[in-house]
Each structure stands twice: as structure tokens, then as C-alpha cells.
Design a protein around this ligand. Structure first.
Ligand code: GRF
Length: 196
């Protein structure tokens, strides 16, 4: 069975990466995780990836003189691994329009809000501060507009009166782990249909 060669980019804990790796174990899952790339050597998720036999790579953005130089190294590594699509999972670097154009329609991100609400950081704090009754997460295609690309899947959770940001974040994260694998499967089926 053809499986889409997929990279996951992380900067930290990597729980969404883990959810994707677990889903991709299934024989009928349409993507295979061929590498996990981090922009910082202390990204916790790297250990899980390595322990699961997945190629890991650290490309430290601080080692490059510019964003473009960092992205050039990242792009070269991904091409060397014959990567066909990429999932950002808590990857904390903004990508330039030039890099994104090279992966048009093949680059997805998970964001902890119901986009277009609460783009950017501190989404749970902002939802609570606003008195929002419903919050959630979105998987979207990455475009040059930060957190602004077309949404593939969303999941809602309630905001309860006693919620702290941490409690709400945990409720959202459970849904992230459920929909990110579904969204990568959707994208993979779409790309495989175009390039069998
Ligand atoms: C998640 O909340 C994700 O939506 C956001 O960053 C967080 C990453 O968590 N983009 P993890 O590294 O996947 O555990």
C-alpha cells in the first residue's frame, strides 16, 4: 500500500507527534512517519521518536545567520529524506512564504483554538478571559498568513465555569490527539489520489 512519506516538525513535548506516530502504526493508515525534525536539541519528543525507530534530526535555528538559511537546511534535509508532506506539531518557528510555497498543499499545522478565533499564542487564556463557552482545536493547511490557512478539521470542547487555562488546555489536547491523525489521513488520501 502506498503511504505518504511524512515528516513531523516539533519544538518541545511532542504529544501530537506521538499521536501521529501511533496512528501511523496501523497497516491501513495512509501516511508513514519517516522523520521527526526539531529546531532545538532539547525537544523532549525526540526521545520518543528515536525510541520508536524513526529518524530524528536537529536543525538548530540558532546555528544559522538568517531565517532563510535555517529553512534552506531544513528543506534540504526533508528533500534528502524524500518527504512528501509535513505536519507541524508544536513547531515554534514561523516559516517564510518562500519555504511554504515549496510545500504548497502539503504542509499542515495543529492550532489550539477554533480558527479563525484566537490565532497566535495563549489561546486558552484568551478564551477564558473572553468568557467563551466553546473552544477547541483546528488542523489547517499552512499558508503565509500565520494560523490563517484553510481548515481541514476542527473539534469543539466546552469551556466550564471553573476552568483554568491548564485544565482547558488538557481538554483541548485530548481532541488534538484525536483529530490530527484524522486530518493527516485526509491530506494523505488527497495527495495520493493526485500522485498515485
Ligand atoms: C499543541 O497545543 C498544539 O496545538 C500547539 O502547540 C502544542 C504542542 O503540544 N501548536 P505538543 O508538543 O504536541 O505536545
Amino acid at each position: 500500500m502506498r503511504k505518504l512519506r511524512t515528516a513531523i516538525l516539533i519544538s518541545g513535548r511532542g504529544s501530537n507527534m506521538m499521536a501521529l506516530v501511533e496512528a501511523a502504526r496501523a497497516a491501513e493508515y495512509p501516511a508513514e512517519i519517516v522523520c521527526v525534525v526539531a529546531n532545538t536539541a532539547d525537544a523532549k519528543g525526540l526521545e520518543f521518536a528515536a525510541a520508536n525507530g524513526i529518524a530524528t534530526m536537529v536543525i538548530d535555528h540558532k546555528a544559522f545567520p538568517s531565517r532563510e538559511a535555517f529553512e534552506k537546511a531544513l528543506d534540504a534535509y526533508l528533500r534528502s529524506m524524500n518527504v512528501e508532506a509535513m505536519a507541524l506539531a508544536g513547531f515554534m518557528r514561523v516559516l517564510t512564504a518562500g519555504f511554504i510555497a515549496g510545500w504548497d498543499g502539503r504542509l499542515i499545522n495543529i492550532h489550539p483554538s477554533l480558527l479563525p478565533a484566537y490565532k497566535g499564542l495563549h489561546t486558552h487564556e484568551r478564551a477564558i478571559a473572553d468568557g467563551a463557552k466553546v473552544h477547541g482545536c483546528s488542523v489547517h493547511l499552512v499558508t503565509p498568513e500565520l494560523d490563517g490557512g484553510p481548515v481541514l478539521l476542527q473539534a469543539e470542547v466546552p469551556v466550564l465555569p471553573e476552568d483554568t487555562a491548564d485544565v482547558l488546555a488538557a481538554r483541548v489536547l485530548t481532541e488534538e490527539h484525536r483529530i490530527y491523525p484524522q486530518a493527516l489521513a485526509l491530506l494523505s488520501h488527497r495527495i495520493i489520489a493526485e500522485t498515485p
